[in-house]
Design a binder for this molecule. Structure first.
Ligand code: HEC
Length: 141
């Protein structure tokens, strides 16, 4: 009986390890929209999208991690919004509901696709919340 009792915690420990490994972010994810390594290094266009998110301060209504504040969670929204629906929403806004229009902002005009890619990566769980760095022009090792 002694052996059985001591075997149980060891088995649970192994199970815990397996679960932790399954939840670790994958090293590299490449989709049609973005490439991300280790959750925080992204392709140049997605990086520009993240910088646009910061520059336009979308976080003050949608939350630092896009989780939602006075505006809805974009982690949910980006699971369903198409690029065109996104572009229209952000450029025209929904003024009567509190979402401003960014249509005249050149930064948005130049970077909305990267911003969409960034938010899509957040919604898919491929890109981590918080600061990112750019994979830049350096070729993949
Ligand atoms: C002043 C607050 C505020 C700011 C700043 C803001 N939003 Fe919003 N946003 C809202 C609100 C409120 C809604 C919900 C509108 C509605 O009910 O239809 C919304 C809706 C949205 C939606 C549509 C969500 C859906 O489910 O269809 C998207 C996408 C979005 N915002 C993206 C952004 C982005 C990107 C930025 C930065 C460029 C931004 N928002 C800045 C308040 C804000």
């Amino acid at each position: 009986m002694r052996t059985l009792r001591s075997a149980a915690p060891a088995g649970l420990g192994l199970l815990g390890l397996t679960i932790a490994a399954a939840q670790a972010p994958p090293a590299t994810v490449k989709t049609a929209l973005y490439e991300v390594r280790d959750g925080t290094r992204v392709d140049a266009r997605t990086f520009a999208g993240w910088r646009t998110w910061r520059a336009l301060a979308c976080d003050r209504c949608h939350g630092e991690a896009q989780q939602g504040l006075v505006g809805p969670s974009l982690l949910q929204a980006l699971k369903v919004l198409t690029p065109l629906e996104f572009q229209r929403t952000v450029s025209e806004g929904r003024q009567e509901k509190g979402m401003p229009s960014f249509g005249t902002n050149p930064r948005l005009g130049d970077n909305w696709e990267g911003l969409y890619a960034y938010l899509k990566g957040r919604a898919e769980g491929d890109i981590a919340a918080g600061p990112l760095t750019s994979l830049g022009e350096s070729p993949a090792p």
